[in-house]
Ligand binder design. Structure first.
Ligand code: GTR
Length: 325
């Protein structure tokens, strides 16, 4: 009787054991977005594939909703190997990877196809080398759509309407200069502070893509959304180089393959989420300003290009991007 009870108890303990109990390699991965967001689901797909390809030995635990910290902090922690993996916007790497900063130039990408052709080709490989030199192994490039302005005050249809307004930007100089070039004021701050800052009037608005405008709830406090599409910034999945170097070549290969296979999955989810988010915020009462003459916006960015596209190698990279089909 006691033996049967003990056996039953042991069996129930085994059943209750954490899902990652058999993992030999566990990577903790950070994301600012909540569960269900395409970047989070992309990394989860990578996790599934890594587990399958390694017969359960490699596990990736995804921590969504900034549980491990705000984006810039988690990037630093990944560089130092405190966190194993991070999914973040290229824009948040600007201060540490100067080459990546060039991808935050406004109106650099003409379309999603253009961006894919750049990231999936030799330029994507060059960028990966730039990340590696800063202790980050770039394993996947995800979609982040086009970013546009939203605010709590009024519909914006031209640059003149932006004048004197205060917008949150990601924490990097290139975005501050972009706002100045448009005659508006920039307030760099972490993503997690934007909602309350709009709500309390510290800022008039921010800028982001459809899915972020939706999932962050910013549409609830900033109902005017102007589709000027000033930025297309890719999303990156990176692994800490310290951690990477300690893995076997076989495991590195498995992670690379799993990451690569997650790219088309994320891109498909992205396209679906863009539509779903648009429908949701429209139904919730957002006022979308669609008919924008982008030419004055594009022309206003000349000083930003002058300031950042300085060294010959940066000019060359921007030119190669522009010349990509
Ligand atoms: C989102 C991006 C996040 C974060 C956020 C922001 O579009 O996916 O990684 O960078 O924008 O504005 O901080």
């Amino acid at each position: 009787m006691t033996r049967t009870l003990t056996a039953a108890l042991l069996a129930s303990v085994a059943l209750a054991a954490p899902a990652f109990a058999e993992c030999e390699v566990t990577l903790r991965s950070s994301d600012t977005h909540p569960d269900g967001y395409p970047t989070v689901e992309g990394v989860k797909h990578m996790a599934e594939r890594a587990k399958e390809l390694s017969d359960g030995r490699i596990c990736i635990e995804v921590f969504p909703s900034s549980q491990l910290g705000e984006e810039k902090d988690t990037i630093e922690q990944t560089q130092f190997g405190v966190i194993d993996m991070v999914r973040a916007s290229f824009g948040s790497f600007n201060d540490i990877v100067p080459e990546a900063q060039l991808l935050s130039l406004p109106y650099l990408f003409r379309s999603e196809d253009h961006l894919h052709n750049v990231m999936d080709g030799p330029i994507g490989d060059d960028l990966a080398r730039a990340f590696e030199a800063r202790d980050l192994i770039a394993v996947a490039y995800y979609d982040g759509g086009a970013r546009s302005f939203y605010n709590s005050q009024k519909p914006i249809a031209s640059i003149d309407d932006l004048k004197g307004m205060k917008f949150r930007v990601m924490q990097s100089d290139v975005f501050v200069d972009m706002m100045s070039a448009l005659g508006a004021n920039a307030t760099p701050m972490p993503y997690g502070e934007v909602y309350s800052s709009i709500q309390t009037g510290v800022i008039d608005g921010a800028e982001n893509n459809w899915p972020s405008y939706d999932s962050s709830g910013h549409f609830e406090v900033a109902k005017y959304y102007t589709l000027d599409q000033h930025l297309m910034v890719p999303e990156l999945v990176a692994i800490s180089k310290t951690r990477w170097d300690a893995l076997s070549p076989e495991d590195q290969q498995i992670l690379r393959q799993a990451a690569e296979e997650s790219e088309p999955v994320q891109r498909k989810l992205w396209a679906e989420q863009e539509k779903a988010s648009e429908e949701k915020v429209l139904a919730a009462g957002s006022e979308v300003i669609r008919d924008i003459d982008k030419t004055p916006f594009i022309e206003a960015m000349a000083p930003v290009y002058e300031k950042y596209v300085t060294k010959p190698e940066y000019r060359d990279l921007v030119k190669r991007i522009q010349e990509t089909e």
